[in-house]
Design a protein around this ligand. Structure first.
Ligand SMILES: Nc1nc2c(ncn2[C@@H]2O[C@H](COP(=O)(O)OP(=O)(O)OP(=O)(O)O)[C@@H](O)[C@H]2O)c(=O)[nH]1
Ligand SMILES: [Mg+2]
Length: 186
């Protein structure tokens, strides 16, 4: 089965690299280096994170984007051919929500794929809760999930929910199998 490509996007420090590392069953390719600007943390992703896993028998390829705007050319490159999107925001960085909304619009207008919004750092006190973030982003509460991105089980739950969404939206897509004869099932 051809792996399903999923992208993990979001602003700086949203937890994208952490999410990919928590889930990948193979050594993660990451491109984190020491940040040259003060972004509130030491390391930052400058190209992408790449990890793989199998969930419910489906092979998945996960691509994490860099968060900094100056690498925005990577967002489009990485989203090419993606079938789903995990957008992450950090529950303790509401100042980044506006940038996240722009990023979400940037990606989904070019690649209108099903997506979920994950609100990280739910393990910490005094953070924005998913329902309030849903209000801010004007999304249905079912599309916004809270998680601790350092916890693999929470990351799995979010991905499983996205896969369910992909499954239900797949029935609304045209049948593309004639374009891929080698993928046809006997
Ligand atoms: N407690 C807690 N820490 C988290 C969570 N998500 C991420 N972190 C921590 O936040 C820091 C930044 O996370 P990264 O995964 O590097 O963030 P990123 O989105 O990849 O950031 P850029 O690559 O700079 O855009 C790391 O120290 C993580 O361990 C979370 O849900 N809970
Ligand atoms: Mg990163």
């Amino acid at each position: 089965m051809r792996p399903l490509k999923l992208v993990v996007a979001g602003p700086v420090a949203a937890g994208k690299t952490t999410f990919v590392r928590a889930l990948s069953e193979t050594p993660v390719v990451d491109t984190d280096v020491e940040a040259t600007e003060d972004i509130g943390k030491l390391n930052t992703t400058v190209a992408f994170d790449f990890g793989t896993l199998t969930l419910d028998g489906i092979p998945l390829h996960l691509y994490g984007t860099p968060g900094q705007d100056r690498f925005d050319f990577m967002w489009e490159l990485l989203c090419e051919g993606a079938l789903g999107l995990v957008m992450l925001v950090s529950g303790d960085r509401p100042r980044d929500f506006a940038a996240a909304r722009n990023m979400l619009e940037f990606i989904t207008t070019r690649y209108p794929v099903p997506y979920l919004l994950g609100v990280t750092r739910q393990d910490l006190p005094r953070v924005w809760e998913p329902d309030d973030v849903a209000d801010y982003f004007d999304l249905p509460p079912s599309q916004v999930l809270g998680l601790n991105a350092t916890d693999p089980a929470a990351c799995h739950d979010l991905l499983a929910t996205l896969l369910e969404q992909l499954d239900s939206s797949a029935s609304r897509l045209p049948d593309l199998s004639p374009l891929f004869p080698s993928q046809e099932t006997p």
